[in-house]
Ligand binder design. Structure first.
Ligand code: GAP
Length: 439
């Protein structure tokens, strides 16, 4: 098995800041612990991760439809889902040094890792991870609302609406991408665990006797998705949960895990949720949440298979897997070997010099490419430096306009990984790049 480079974490975090992928949030005020803002390149890449997921889970399928549900939701939703009762971590306080810890993460449940004293912990208390706020001008329990801790419940509470309006029948799924919020006690490892993050979740509703087959199917599909987007096989694995790890709703869960520099970490959980959620919401809402097959006269509550991935966490894994340094002559080249679908820019348009004679041609080519691809345009510094800058942010192709371009109406196309260059007539450029990128 590959052992991760211990310096990789710092290198990627530094690159993220330096090249505007991810900034610490509210930095001008000293930062706001464990929250992050996605900069000009990060917003492009994160969007690409979410689009790649949406393409594979919604666009390329006829059995999945999309949803964008509200982030604010009333307590009834979380009462029914079990989150009010179960979505908590056990917390202990050290009476000696007044620090607070997650009991389930202590190496020794009797010894405080901060001050080293034994027997100083209070009894464990359950700490609910949901963010609670108030809706409207009136304070009090009647105005309580929650920021969703997962996107999943939006799909369950809209099951009836979607079933009645979309002409789908089980097996079918509802997909959603969006922000979720958890008051994590131990956020950390950069964007791996944050209090505000993005999820990409599918709730796939199936006839009960097909649930296990679909569970197996989604495990393989989701594992393959990461491989197809360039994560090497030795850095990604599927791991089945032990019984004592299962969530309150799950009869079986497997995680897709990535080998981070600190060890294996979860990118996605694929869970067999049975009929737990629809039964709970039917009970609490008084609505019938079931499927009636008019053909066979059969009525049943579908079971649900849920592949639940983190967009922000996956982006971090894609960056870690893509980061590479190689020796080129006397120089070290840093290159992000990102899959073209995930790369922030697909193309960089680079006039060889800033001379007025070249810029109109370069701008003409940029305008020709922009409707087709996300492009960068860079006219500063020597061409070699500009290539390196594009390598470092993972741009798959650079298009260079030189003085010959003015005569032969052709440009030089340089490929990121091999650094090979090819002369391509301007009239064929869009087709050529479309084929090479194979998006
Ligand atoms: N609906 C099921 C569910 O939410 P989960 O395993 O708690 O399952 C799914 O979350 C994914 O969301 C995780 O695999 C992870 O990628 C991402 N995720 C969860 N908590 C996160 C956090 N605090 N920060 C970043 N990503 C997180």
């Amino acid at each position: 098995m590959a052992s991760p480079d211990p310096t990789l974490f710092d290198k990627v975090v530094n690159l993220c800041k330096r090249r505007s992928f991810v900034f610490p949030s509210a930095e001008i005020y000293g930062g706001f612990r464990s929250t992050y803002d996605y900069g000009p390149l990060g917003v492009l890449m994160l969007r690409n991760v979410k689009d790649a997921w949406w393409r594979s889970m919604v666009q390329l399928r006829s059995d999945v439809v999309g949803l964008d549900a509200a982030i604010l939701s009333p307590p009834q939703v979380w009462e029914a889902s079990g989150h009010l009762e179960n979505f908590s971590d056990p917390l202990v306080d050290c009476t000696e040094c007044k620090t607070r810890h997650r009991e389930d993460q202590l190496d020794d449940p009797d010894t405080c890792p901060s001050c080293g004293k034994s027997g100083t912990f209070t009894e464990a208390r359950a700490f609910n991870l949901m963010f609670k706020t108030q809706a409207g001008p009136v304070e009090g329990s009647g105005a309580d609302v929650y920021l969703r801790p997962e996107t999943a419940q939006g799909m369950f509470i809209n099951f009836k609406n979607v079933l009645e309006t979309s002409r789908k029948k089980p097996p079918f799924g509802i997909a959603q991408v969006g922000k979720s919020f958890r008051n994590e006690i131990t956020p950390g490892n950069f964007v791996f665990r944050t209090r505000e993050f993005e999820q990409m979740e599918l709730e796939f509703f199936v006839p009960p006797d097909e649930a296990n087959d679909w569970y197996q199917y989604w495990m393989q599909e989701r594992h393959q998705w990461y491989l197809d987007l360039g994560i090497p096989e030795e850095l990604i694995r599927l791991r089945a949960h032990d019984d004592d790890e299962l969530s309150h709703y799950s009869s079986g869960t497997s995680d897709v895990e990535f080998l981070f520099p600190w060890g294996w970490g979860e990118l996605e959980g694929i869970a067999n949720r049975g009929d737990f959620d629809l039964v709970q919401h039917a009970k609490h809402s008084g609505q019938k949440l079931e499927y009636f097959d008019q053909g066979t006269g059969e009525r049943y509550v579908p079971h649900c298979i849920e592949p639940a991935a983190g967009a922000t966490r996956s982006m971090m894994a894609f960056l870690m897997a893509a980061y590479d340094e190689e020796q080129v002559n006397d120089d070290t080249r840093t290159v992000l070997r990102l899959h073209p679908r995930l790369a922030p820019y697909k193309i960089a348009v680079l006039p060889l010099s800033k001379k007025d004679t070249l810029l109109p041609k370069a701008e003409e080519i940029l305008e020709m490419l922009q409707p087709h691809f996300m492009c960068d345009y860079d006219i500063t510094q020597a061409i070699g430096k500009r290539y390196r800058r594009q390598d470092e942010i993972g741009t798959p192709y650079c298009v260079t306009i030189d003085f010959d371009s003015l005569d032969d109406d052709a440009v030089t196309v340089r490929e990121r990984d091999s650094m090979d260059q090819e002369r391509v007539p301007t009239s064929e450029l869009v087709n050529y790049l479309t084929q090479q990128l194979a998006l």
